[in-house]
Design a protein around this ligand. Structure first.
Ligand code: SF4
Length: 246
């Protein structure tokens, strides 16, 4: 599968980072980036560690470092920021109270560490595909990330499920173990569930919002990244890859 990334990065000077969030797409994008001659000596991979991962994610992270032979650096919010967030949201209890609360959690645990990960970089590479969700329709291989002020490269932008499936199989790339348990997207444990056959691939992310928003903010192309939590209430009151199902 041709990604077109080599020709793109030849024209970009400076350091380039890849966001690895343990999706099949990220593993394919990392495999492509590591085979790219123009990135040698100026490339690194990072993960936004939300401290709310599934235990399987920690295992898969280590498996990928061994498979690819690289360190995948973890970036997290500070203890102070996490503590302040959890005070506001009663741990994670209130992330389901409103989309704003949930996006606030994503902002602190993902968007803020992303700024640190991208500092000083000329471009970042993602595993985004237009076919993943309606919110990603029209995605281009090359975009400008106005929020973080750098070039964003999406080498899998036009890939179909079958093309991703084929690339993973052909290159024997390891997959997150939760794919075999019905998950079609990998995220934080409190906010990700398995999906039923026929459901959208990202339907298991923040499912209680009934599709109001299936993004965490770091890839929002028009939505505001920072959201404030809603006022605290007085009382508390949903395409699969064949390889995934194999
Ligand atoms: S996915 Fe859930 S736990 Fe993870 S940062 Fe977003 S709201 Fe918080």
């Amino acid at each position: 599968m041709e990604s077109g990334i080599e020709q793109i990065v030849e024209k970009i000077s400076g350091n380039v980072a890849l966001a690895f969030s343990h999706q099949a797409e990220d593993a394919a994008a990392l495999h492509i980036a590591l085979s790219c001659k123009a990135l040698r000596g100026r490339f690194f991979a990072f993960t936004l560690d939300t401290r709310r991962f599934f235990p399987e994610t920690e295992t898969y992270h280590a498996d990928c470092e061994a498979f690819f032979g690289i360190k995948i650096t973890k970036y997290s919010a500070s203890d102070a920021d996490i503590n302040a967030l959890e005070m506001e949201l009663d741990g994670i209890e209130r992330i389901r109270d409103s989309v704003e609360n949930r996006l606030h959690c994503c902002h602190v645990r993902k968007a803020m560490p992303l700024k640190a990960a991208l500092a000083g970089k000329s471009a970042w590479i993602t595993g985004l595909r237009a076919a993943q969700a309606a919110s990603r329709a029209g995605l281009n291989i090359l975009e400008w990330d106005g929020e973080n002020k750098l070039v964003k490269i999406n080498p899998l932008a036009a890939w179909t499920d079958d093309e991703l499936d084929s690339y993973i199989k052909t290159n024997n790339i390891p997959l997150h173990p939760l794919y075999k348990k019905g998950f079609t997207s990998i995220g934080c444990a409190p906010c990700t569930r398995a999906t039923a056959p026929g459901e959208d691939r990202r339907a298991g992310r923040w499912w209680w919002e009934n599709g109001a928003c299936v993004e965490c903010g770091i890839h929002a192309r028009e939505a505001a990244l920072a959201r404030k939590p809603a006022a605290k209430p007085e009382t508390k009151t949903s395409g699969r890859l064949s390889i995934i199902n194999g």
